[in-house]
Design a protein around this ligand. Sequence first.
Ligand code: NDP
Ligand SMILES: N[C@@H](CC=O)C(=O)O
Length: 442
Amino acid sequence: MTELRTLKVALLGCGNVGAQVARILIEDADTLAARAGAKLQLSGIAVRNVHAQRDVDLPQELFTTDADTLVKDADLVIELMGGIEPARTLILSALRNGACVVTGNKALVAQDGPTLHEEADKAGVQLSYEAAVAGAIPILRPIRDSLAGDRITRVLGIVNGTTNFILDQMDTTGAQFADALAEAQRLGYAEADPTADVEGHDAAAKAAILASLSFHTRFALENVHCEGITSVTAADIAAAKDAGFVIKLLAIAEKLNVADTETGGGEGVSVRVHPTLLPREHPLAAVHGAFNAVFIEAENAGELMFYGQGAGGTPTASAVLGDLVSAARSLVLGGPGRTETTTGQVSALPIDAAVTSYYIGLDVADQPGVLARIAQLFAEHGVSIEIMRQTIHRDAESNVESAELRIVTHRASEAALAATVEAVKGLDVINSVTSVLRVEGV
Ligand SMILES: NC(=O)C1=CN([C@@H]2O[C@H](COP(=O)(O)OP(=O)(O)OC[C@H]3O[C@@H](n4cnc5c(N)ncnc54)[C@H](OP(=O)(O)O)[C@@H]3O)[C@@H](O)[C@H]2O)C=CC1
Ligand SMILES: N[C@@H](CC=O)C(=O)O
């Protein structure tokens, strides 16, 4: 039997994900070698602090702070440090040296994907980042390869485990935001700076990557409208629950036609991340904890749904190692590097052109004719109402009655909805607008 070739693997970062990747590389060395057609020898692990306590017991001699030297001598480089620098410089250096690169760094790929791909293509090596979107879920490869012969029209995803965990805890156990976030951090789901999770930036980076691959056009971070979950209150969650909805942070990329927009946006793709109400029976409403799911609509395939663990060390390591084995095979077989197919011309639409349904919560005067006046105002702005429900509350002490009005609209443009809400605020029978949230799946 011929002796397998040995490929040197440099690991950059040994945190939540890196530590699990190192463990599996060592524990499953024989299996990985058989699958890759080469021995994958972990040649070193670059970290900031070589003496830090690790989740996994790893040979101390593997650790170094000299990432530059480690990268120069590697056939395969796994970047799991996060952040833009020094990750960017190290990845570029690895690619220029002819090494294949695997990364989970969505922030970097969303920002500098084209530059990284250009270097990979020049060197004829693979650059892959399946772990960058939705953790363990195989989603980028299916979009890039399996759906290459189809036309994707819409992608709807829960792609951030931390925020799904927080919203789910608030919805199911009544947990406080801060407590749920602390637990997500403890479980290794959150980014080093969890602001990226809760403000939606992590999901926005993933949305940019998903949209770019799905629509064969480069979408940058600035093309993604981004709202996080920090403004979602316990009252919003309770009101949504009462009305039969659940609130999820969704990443949405959808093709819209001129006919769908009222803002002259023309045909293009609306890419956005925001808290969204989903009916409790919607498949994405059943995605709990740190799980992720991506729902795809394609012209020929129809509806597809991908589901699995979206964060955490071991699940994410699975995606990293899948990319690693694929890259090793390309080195063994001398195959070409992966090329990106960003050949499309479709433009990114501004948020005003987005078309969706809305939930509007209003505190209104309990008077005859109020509902009719509000409905009239919606009609004047071309926003059609699907559900309008009034609940009267009586304060036991003061005996004062107040009326709570919940409205769910049919699909309308953001611009039309914003104008409607402004007009509603001007009515003398409106005490306050308690919430305005986007709705999908009604
Ligand atoms: N956590 C998750 O569930 C997922 C994470 N990802 C992505 O994977 C990457 C890693 O995430 P995660 O493991 O959670 O991150 P951690 O913060 O847990 O780990 C980061 C690691 O990188 C090392 N590091 C950071 N900066 C440097 C530097 N300048 N030089 C050398 N080493 C450095 C740290 O070293 P030291 O230990 O010495 O501090 C640490 O070992 C990120 O890009 C993240 O977005 C993707 C999907 C899921
Ligand atoms: N912080 C991210 C980790 C995976 O990408 C998340 O919570 O989803």
